[in-house]
Design a protein around this ligand. Structure first.
Ligand SMILES: Cc1cc2nc3c(=O)[nH]c(=O)nc-3n(C[C@H](O)[C@H](O)[C@H](O)COP(=O)(O)O)c2cc1C
Length: 323
């Protein structure tokens, strides 16, 4: 698959996940075999005025190459200005978010709200395409709700406006993140456009990803919540995609090692105060694969330093307390 001039090695990619997919997380998933990763959604207005927090969300590194940065907003000129910032920060693709179902955004007419307005989406895409020299992609849903499937029309208009690829989250905006994804809609978009189509929704293990690719005919799959605490899903999916046997599941030691690595990276990225606030969630997803984590969940909230966290992991997991 090629997105504009950018070659993507294989069809197993990471879906953007707000509050999770920072640069450490993205680099980790890349190391485990994701071919493409994308930043979480960043507010275009803030980015256009170079707000420090917005810029920090777009911290990137060569380890996640080819970098893709995502923005949301509804004013074409503001989206264009924000896209120029994304490009200037070194990202090789700009992704436009028409997916987010968060109420605050919907009330502002942004994110998923735009799935009800295909022409407005096309205007934004066209303006952003003019503003940057890197490929512009978009992330959409099946439609605003079950009764209105606008994905095909939005994708067609976006392609005409110059989009280089489209990612379809196979749920409606009204569904949020619950309920079965409708993979058929991804197939319908694939039939309707020539640009690459990436699909996401409901991938929890490697076999789901392969089934999705077969059933939808999409060019790529994006793994969302299925990789939280489980980056091995990328290795497994990739091996099976290449026709091989999946590698054996990771040992407890290996799970602990990777969890510690991600936590350490977050300490470096954010500093101790923010990293400690994130710690129960960052580590909690890994802990759920390590046994009955209730003791861990209580203890992790008492941790006050990276060193204490290392000791906790050693005490609870390496010595087999939580068998
Ligand atoms: C916690 C969370 C945060 C998300 N953040 C974003 C985001 O910032 N940008 C985006 O395009 N999609 C976002 N998504 C949607 C995912 O990229 C993906 O399409 C969806 O999670 C796929 O469904 P699955 O998790 O059931 O596999 C988010 C999803 C979740 C669960």
């Amino acid at each position: 698959m090629k997105i504009g001039p950018v070659a993507i090695a294989h069809p197993i990619t990471l879906a953007p996940l707000e509050e999770h997919s920072n640069v450490c997380f993205r680099a980790l998933m890349k190391r485990f075999g994701a071919s493409l990763v994308c930043s979480e959604r960043v507010d275009a207005e803030r980015l256009a005025r170079c707000d420090r927090r917005a810029l920090r969300l777009l911290t990137t590194s060569p380890a996640e190459s080819p970098q893709a940065g995502q923005i949301s907003g509804r004013h074409p000129m503001v989206m264009a200005a924000a896209a120029r910032v994304v490009e200037a920060l070194g990202f090789r693709m700009v992704d436009l978010n028409f997916d987010c179902p968060v109420r605050r955004l919907l009330l502002r007419g942004e994110g998923g709200a735009l799935m009800a307005h295909p022409i407005a989406v096309a205007r934004i895409v066209a303006q952003v395409v003019q503003a940057v020299s890197v490929p512009v992609t978009l992330k959409i849903r099946s439609g605003p709700d079950d009764s209105r499937q606008t994905a095909v029309e939005v994708a067609r208009r976006a392609e005409e406006a110059g989009a280089a690829a489209v990612s379809v989250h196979a749920r409606s905006v009204a569904q949020g993140y619950a309920g079965g994804p409708d993979w058929e809609v991804v197939g319908q978009v694939k039939q309707a456009v020539k640009i690459p189509v990436i699909g996401s929704g409901g991938i929890r293990e490697a076999a789901d990803a392969l089934r999705f690719l077969r059933q939808s005919g999409a060019d790529a799959v994006a793994i969302g919540r299925g990789c939280l605490g489980n980056p091995w899903i990328f290795q497994q999916t990739r091996a099976m995609w290449c026709g091989g046997a999946p590698p054996p599941p990771p040992s407890r030691q290996e799970r602990c090692r990777v969890m510690l690595q991600l936590v350490e990276d977050e300490f470096h990225l954010y500093g101790a105060t923010v990293a400690l606030r994130r710690l129960p969630r960052t580590a909690g997803y890994f802990a759920q694969f390590l046994g009955d984590g209730s003791e861990f969940h209580t203890a992790v909230r008492q941790v006050r330093s990276l060193q204490q966290f290392r000791q906790l992991v050693h005490k609870l997991f390496r010595q087999g307390v939580l068998q």
